[in-house]
Design a protein around this ligand. Structure first.
Ligand code: PLP
Length: 457
């Protein structure tokens, strides 16, 4: 293979053969001809044929600082030589420094529990919430309220919290005790309300669920600040503060899943900071290391943490995982956060979003664009068959647009497994380090692809 990543045809065929024979791909139908990515630099990746693509989804919403950061690789190598592993039954310097750094990013004081993935971080949150209530006189509080369309991970509890039937049906029964309510989806308000006269029935639905399930049975509410993978569902500004009030009223913990919205993606350090609420528990992964190394964390408010002390001998949190808080991953995270801070990438995220807003203005009137929703630098373009009926665009139309973007060198995503008929939202979430030229390339490519759709009808 050359330094650029391109390989000769023989080598490519051999790789494809081994791929077909040995690799089980994630979340796709069996793919006989996968794109094999060989290298990455900034916002761009290159496949083994040497084709360059702008990584418009930062991988899976995760490579926040972009590809090819030498300083992260060097920090990882140095840490591996110094100390590749220690448990967190003991402690080590990168875990300590990172927990302190995360407290600078969060509002208020939190204690940090490390794991490996976003799913793990949410499982930890559920267990901490249940144990908290158990030890505080409310052992029956065990259920969680989540929203339709939400994705919270692939393990049995996190999948239970997920509100997307197609991801779950063949794996049930999942973790028990997860109830779902409609999301704050203003474009297709599940309560038939208009934005101008909205009384936040979507937030009230959480209260209703708590009341009808029985407040004594509900441990927590889990939500993303904005439903990202489920279609970029951006709530009205009052939604999250109202959910916080409801949680307080019924002694229910508010768990905010920042796996995607965290680390600058939203234009603030964490997504919930846009709404000025303080969660009881914050879960994070992806952008924590910009996916250079696996790491996740569950940040628990200090008040909650303190209640785990000084009870009986079994009051501590009885949970351990081998790799969580690995010193190399923690050092990678520290270096990644230093880059975000040094390069002002949280602010850059808002700038990217504003550029999308302005540059894609012509699409606001496109016959197949229902709505463009932007949160920081994450964007969803909801495609419809026609703007009046709002019938979701067909799978064929959405797929052809994604393919057209790829043929012009832009990788985009779409909303995750949805009920049939609703796979109609194209998503973008490019590296926060994207240059002005990168952003212009994204805008011009989208305008060109959407323009061709009008020509073809
Ligand atoms: N939570 C959200 C909001 C996610 O988008 C994801 C993954 O995409 C997860 C949790 C699960 O994270 P992981 O894939 O690292 O387990």
């Amino acid at each position: 293979m050359s330094a650029q990543g391109d390989v000769d045809p023989q080598e490519k065929e051999s790789l494809l053969e081994k791929d077909r024979k040995y690799v089980w791909h994630h979340m796709t139908a069996h793919n006989e001809n996968p794109m094999i990515i060989a290298s990455g630099e900034g916002s761009w990746v290159k496949d083994i044929d040497g084709n360059r693509y702008l990584d418009g989804m930062s991988g899976l919403w995760c490579v926040n600082v972009g590809h090819g950061r030498r300083e992260i690789a060097e920090a990882a190598a140095e840490q591996m030589m110094k100390l590749a592993y220690a448990t967190l039954v003991q402690s080590h310097i990168p875990a300590i420094e990172l927990a302190a750094k995360l407290n600078e990013w969060l509002d208020g004081e939190y204690r940090i529990f490390y794991s490996n993935s976003g799913s793990d971080a949410n499982e930890v949150a559920f267990k901490i919430a249940r144990q908290y209530h158990h030890q505080n006189g409310k052992p029956s509080k065990h259920k969680f309220i989540s929203r339709h369309r939400a994705y919270h991970g692939n393990s049995m509890g996190a999948l239970g919290a997920t509100g997307q039937a197609q991801r779950k049906l063949k794996y049930e029964p999942l973790g028990v005790g997860f109830q779902h309510v409609p999301p704050p989806y203003c474009y297709r308000c599940p309560f038939g309300q208009k934005k101008e006269s909205c009384s936040l029935q979507c937030a009230k639905a959480i209260e209703d669920a708590i009341v009808w399930e029985g407040a004594d049975s509900v441990a927590g509410v889990i939500l993303e600040p904005v439903i990202t993978g489920g279609g970029m569902i951006v709530p009205s500004d009052d939604y999250l503060p109202m959910v916080r009030e409801i949680c307080d009223k019924y002694n229910v913990l508010l768990i905010v899943d920042e796996v995607i919205c965290g680390f600058g993606r939203s234009g603030k350090p964490f997504g919930h900071q846009n709404y000025k609420v303080r969660p009881d528990i914050v879960t994070m992964a992806k952008g924590l290391t910009s996916a250079y190394s696996p790491l996740s964390a569950t940040a628990v408010s200090v008040e909650l943490y303190e209640s785990f002390k000084e009870k009986e001998a079994t009051s501590h949190f009885r949970h351990v995982n081998t790799f969580g808080g690995n010193p190399v991953s923690c050092q990678v995270a520290l270096t990644n956060l230093a880059i975000i801070e040094k390069e002002g990438l949280v602010k850059r995220s808002s700038e990217i979003g504003k550029a999308f807003q302005n540059g894609l203005e012509p699409l606001q009137h496109h016959p197949h664009v229902g709505e463009i929703r932007i949160f920081g630098s994450a964007m969803g373009i909801e495609l419809v068959e026609d703007r009046i009926s709002k019938i979701p665009a067909s799978v064929e139309r959405v797929t052809s647009m994604i393919v057209a973007c790829k043929s012009k060198g832009l990788l985009v995503g779409k909303n995750g497994d949805t009920v049939p008929g609703y796979a109609n939202i194209i998503t973008l979430s490019p590296p926060l380090s994207s240059t002005d030229e990168d952003v212009t390339f994204i805008i011009e490519t989208l305008l060109s692809v959407f323009g061709e759709v009008i020509e073809k009808g």
